[in-house]
Design a protein around this ligand. Sequence first.
Ligand SMILES: Cc1cc2nc3c(=O)[nH]c(=O)nc-3n(C[C@H](O)[C@H](O)[C@H](O)COP(=O)(O)OP(=O)(O)OC[C@H]3O[C@@H](n4cnc5c(N)ncnc54)[C@H](O)[C@@H]3O)c2cc1C
Ligand code: SF4
Length: 339
Amino acid sequence: MNEIVVIIGGGIAGMEAAGQLLKLGYTPFLIEKSDKLGGNVAQWHRLFPDMTPSGDIISTLYESCRDANIFLNTEIYSINRLKDRYNLILSNGVTVSTRYILITTGFELFDASKKEEYGYGIYNHVITNADLEQWFNGHSDERIDSSSINSVGFVHCVGSRDEKAGNTQCSKVCCITAIKQAMELKEMYPNSQVYCFYMDLRLFGKKYEDFYTKAQRDYGIHFIRGRVSEVGENIEGKVVVKAEDTLSGRPIRVTLDLLVLMSGMACCKDSSLASSLGLSIDSDKFLQSSDNILHITSSPKKGVYYAGACTGPKTVPETLAEARSAVLEIHNSIISEKG
Ligand SMILES: Cc1cc2nc3c(=O)[nH]c(=O)nc-3n(C[C@H](O)[C@H](O)[C@H](O)COP(=O)(O)OP(=O)(O)OC[C@H]3O[C@@H](n4cnc5c(N)ncnc54)[C@H](O)[C@@H]3O)c2cc1C
Ligand code: SF4
């Protein structure tokens, strides 16, 4: 069964798919544009809802896909279709011919500096959820004064559910990520006051509601329903946040040592791959599946499949399940064409 399958994107979706294809006896080519596998998850610290170290997940996936043909620092230079085959030239000069392409190019974090009113890149102590994960992972960040963290705020829905930001959709993972990060900070600074400013909490997944209850009951995290109306900086360089608590109807003003913006999952800015394969973009700007119920991992182009966050915001378990599902679709197609 020496069928070659080209996987574009070496995040967890691409790694899981490569591992599954190897188990089925196929020859996966895994193309990753950066210098390492793991994608966004490799930047995270611990994963909700079990607080699993993300490094453990990446190591497990790497063990299963290490025998694939892995190309790091590599992109697709060109793709030509001839009947049912795709001929790819990679940026390193390697050429590959295949009937099956699996796209696992994932997402990019919404650029928080586009929401100027929150002061990212302007005020000293305003960071994003991704910056905080990096800091949890031991990377120093001059915007975080680890000797003085007495009060922290989280702003939900940054760049999501926001027409002005060009994205009306919910990013799905950031409510639970804010709760996870708030709890991690509370563990490090038990005496600090931590506030989550939310529009409404979207906690749909297994154990997520328990997580929320625990955050309030055991960690004393304050959940404030209301949009942040203004962010500024006082003379001491602290962040000043104004909001309206829409449950009590009262205006709120808090002074914080750190403000964390929950940037949403946005589509990849580079659309060259989609256009060279003639793939459609959905109204949410992610790649469009054949349909959103039965064929979520299929594209309208023969032999081209999707898995993971390239079609929209996904959690890690959803991404891994989609990768397995896409591999099964490819396997079934190979079998039916042989038979
Ligand atoms: C702040 C934050 C925290 C999160 N925490 C959790 C959590 O605790 N638990 C959880 O379940 N989920 C979490 N998630 C969601 C999780 O990050 C995603 O489910 C996961 O990253 C999706 O994996 P993926 O492989 O589809 O995409 P990605 O992780 O985006 O990987 C895509 C890969 O493709 C590569 N690529 C892109 N374009 C190309 C190209 N043209 N050629 C070659 N390579 C390319 C990229 O470099 C990248 O390596 C979090 C999300 C955010 C924003
Ligand atoms: S998951 Fe929560 S924070 Fe993220 S966009 Fe949806 S409602 Fe907003």
